[in-house]
Design a protein around this ligand. Structure first.
Ligand SMILES: [Zn+2]
Ligand SMILES: [Zn+2]
Length: 247
């Protein structure tokens, strides 16, 4: 069952393109935000959380804007953010008597991690669990490698998380060999991109992967535009507390 789910997820990720974990987070985030927008309002439980946490984070807030515009659900957002701005306005009034600017800044900061940012953290681990288990098991290793090969491989942030989640040296070697091959290919494409900008060679045709190499190189290092800042902070905290293997 888990194997089937893994296969479906990897195939879905391959359709989106790029790092499979980033791709699955893109798909799940879109689904989460679409389901949250219901009948011109947001899910009531989510509304309560958002009021306490000052709405969505920067990344998910702007993601929501794109989805709301497509779905025509502006009224739901206007209602929730109406409550939020009212709450913030009262909060600002209360802070007028605070002892210092630093104290005000602290009072006005959201307390805790937002639900969607937290889901992102869990989804990353979920998504990586099945392929790591399949790579660990000698009986499923080869088929898992084939499934992973149809994707664009793990970008650096998710490669790091995968390494934190495994204690198997064989899995570490496979992950690093894969990353090395892909990084070398990307480096070749970047070199060709630069070379073909020289006027001596500018008549040579440029492949699509060479043309996109400069954008792909940014994605390869920081991941797709899917990981919220607060999440990165939580990830670092987890690492300090003993890594993902303990979660
Ligand atoms: Zn990724
Ligand atoms: Zn967020």
């Amino acid at each position: 069952m888990r194997g089937t789910f893994f296969r479906l997820e990897m195939n879905a990720a391959a359709q989106v393109g790029g790092c499979p974990v980033c791709a699955i987070i893109v798909l799940r985030t879109e689904r989460y935000l679409r389901f949250s927008l219901n009948e011109h309002t947001l899910d009531p439980h989510l509304q309560v959380c958002l009021l306490a946490l000052h709405g969505f984070c920067n990344l998910h807030g702007w993601w929501l804007v794109r989805i709301v515009a497509k779905m025509g659900e502006e009224l739901g957002i206007a209602t929730v953010y109406g409550h939020l701005t009212d709450k913030l306005s009262r909060q600002v009034q209360r802070t007028l008597s605070a002892p210092s600017p630093k104290a005000v800044a602290e009072l006005l900061s959201p307390q805790g991690i937002r639900p969607l940012c937290e889901h992102t953290l869990i989804w990353e681990q979920d998504t990586l669990t099945a392929p790591l288990q399949a790579l660990t098991n000698p009986q499923t290793r080869e088929s898992a490698q084939k499934l992973c090969a149809v994707t664009d491989g793990l970008y650096l942030p998710h490669l790091r998380i995968a390494l934190l989640m495994t204690e198997e040296n064989i899995v570490m070697t496979l992950l690093l060999q894969d990353a090395d091959t892909r990084m070398k290919q990307l480096n070749d494409d970047l070199e060709e991109f630069c070379r073909k900008h020289d006027y001596h060679f500018r008549d040579e045709p440029m492949s699509e992967s060479e043309r996109r190499s400069w954008m792909r190189s940014i994605e390869a290092v920081v991941g797709k535009h899917t990981i919220p800042q607060s999440h990165t902070k939580a990830q670092n905290n987890l690492q300090c507390e003993g890594g993902y293997g303990d979660v």
